[in-house]
Design a protein around this ligand. Sequence first.
Ligand SMILES: [Mn+2]
Length: 283
Amino acid sequence: MLLYEGKDSFLEEVVDFKKAKYVILPVPMDITTTYLKGTKFGPRSVIEASRSLENYDSELDFEVRDVVFTSGELEIPPEAAKAIDVIKSTVSDVLLEKKFPILLGGEHTITYGASLAFDEDVIFVIFDAHADFKKDVLGSAINHASNSRLINKRNKVVLVGTRSLSKEDKDELEKMKITTLRAQDYTKLKNNLSELKRLVKDKKVYVSIDMDVFDPSLVPGVGTPQPGGIFYEIMLDYLRAIVCSGKLVGFDVNEVRPIGENNITEILAAKLVIDLIALKETN
Ligand SMILES: [Mn+2]
């Protein structure tokens, strides 16, 4: 087991590893990002932001108390393929201990690493402004812009909130029959929610949230912002639909890129972690 206790803990919760149900893994991977760099500072910053939040989740009427162990940052080698191996083996260790892994990124590629630790029947619901279905970006198969494509080789992928893609990506998604729910299309929200519930019904589900899925007015601190995203309450509707209908087995919140004093992106990321734990505990 590579884990040791982090210097700072999520929500200032100090919980013995043996007693914890959830393990937070800070994954400061920032190797293949293409536009604005800095996601390696994301995990630390989200943990710091969580310390200003309440343990009590008023939206879900649940107090997150004595269940979360915060690991120290994973040591990420500079080569993408090796970084993926480290993430995969760490998540595997957490699963072997019968704990629930929560990854904080870091670039979105961390989800690909995590996916390799799960069985092939786990569905990956990926919230992302970008389709991330690119082939060989800059001559490398492992890239944050090809994350969904890589995961889809082994596990079923469902995309939510996607709005930035090339025409080729669009054709590819159609050809491969990837369900893509345009979350920002509020007139279709009800349909999208029932479609998502149907897809994950009684299945094991992993949720990956790229923070750029939100409207950029909520998340200034991301590497590749994109206009027209979803809002917090809508995200809660989606997460509720997933956790009520399927069996949540892990999740990550990624692509946070701290921009100094304005930490609302980190606050939102930390709140999503609390919300997902609360949802999991109350369903
Ligand atoms: Mn993205």
